[in-house]
Design a binder for this molecule. Structure first.
Ligand SMILES: [Zn+2]
Ligand SMILES: [Zn+2]
Length: 284
């Protein structure tokens, strides 16, 4: 992502203006206490469609004893904001009850200011938000190179059948999220933000010696031997070969990345295998 020149500075200035407006409003509504506004150092992402939109939120609570409850605060806030050019709406929940809550919402040029007052409560809550702005230009996603290919897979290993050597999650291709029309993005249903392939955990390859029989049967180069030597593996006919149990089994065989492979071992698909997996006679 490339930063849009001047965009962050403009959004920061918008946050300063918002805070100044809230202080000005509070000075007239609750002059006895200036609101101690909380403004995070970085804006929130409020729209995950590309380009992502960022926005600052500012909040402050005014604390007063219950006897200081001022029933006119909401109407005075609405009047002040209206006269300052804001579009104001009122919302009252639990009207008439002891916990009646009045929210005055004011919008202007993409900014929003809110004042909340609750019956029986002496204080109030000021909040506001800046317009939502794009800070970066979207860039097309580039699929990462696979960590293993048929040419680079180590002896005694086969390419991971889940990611075909990619190492990264094959669904989100390492982003951790998938595009979503409604929300912009959604958490990847395959890796749950982990980004790595859930089967090989980033190795891109699986060690033959640790493959279960049903999985070896998926590799044509191993299938003949698997069918000759392996006893049938009882499986629940309703279960998927990609069940969590199977994934855990594969995960339990982490690839030792530091292992040094001798040259004479390269190309030996039976390295690490014991009979009956490894043929009894050496073909050479
Ligand atoms: Zn994989
Ligand atoms: Zn994923």
């Amino acid at each position: 992502m490339a930063e849009i020149e001047g965009a962050r500075q403009e959004l920061d200035r918008a946050a300063e203006w918002l805070c100044a407006e809230l202080h000005r409003l509070a000075a007239q509504l609750t002059p006895a206490q200036d609101p101690d506004l909380y403004l995070p150092s970085d804006p929130f992402i409020v729209d995950w469609h590309e380009p992502l939109l960022y926005q600052y939120h500012a909040t402050a609570r005014i604390e007063h004893p219950t006897e200081h409850y001022d029933a006119t605060l909401a109407t005075r806030a609405a009047s002040l904001l209206t006269s300052a050019g804001w579009q104001v709406t009122d919302d009252v929940t639990d009207a008439g009850s002891d916990t009646e809550l009045t929210t005055v919402t004011a919008d202007r040029d993409g900014f929003r200011v809110r004042v909340r007052i609750q019956r029986g409560y002496g204080g109030g809550v000021y909040s506001g938000q800046t317009p939502a702005m794009a800070l970066y230009t979207p860039e097309p996603f580039v699929r990462p190179d696979p960590v293993r290919t048929p040419e680079t897979v180590r002896g005694g290993y086969v390419l991971c059948d889940e990611c075909d050597g990619l190492g990264w999650c094959p669904v989100c291709e390492g982003r951790g999220w998938c595009p979503n029309e409604q929300h912009g993005r959604e958490r990847c249903p395959e890796c749950y933000k982990d980004r790595l392939c859930p089967i090989c955990q980033g190795a891109g390859e699986l060690e033959i010696a640790h493959l279960p029989a049903w999985k070896r049967d998926q590799y044509p180069e191993l299938r003949a031997v698997a069918s000759r030597f392996d006893p049938p593996v009882p499986r629940d006919p309703g279960s998927s070969p990609r069940s969590m149990e199977d994934a855990d089994q594969a995960k339990a065989a982490p690839v030792p990345k530091e292992r040094v492979t001798d040259e004479h071992e390269r190309g030996d698909p039976w390295r690490g295998c014991r009979p009956p997996c490894r043929p009894q006679t050496n073909p050479t």
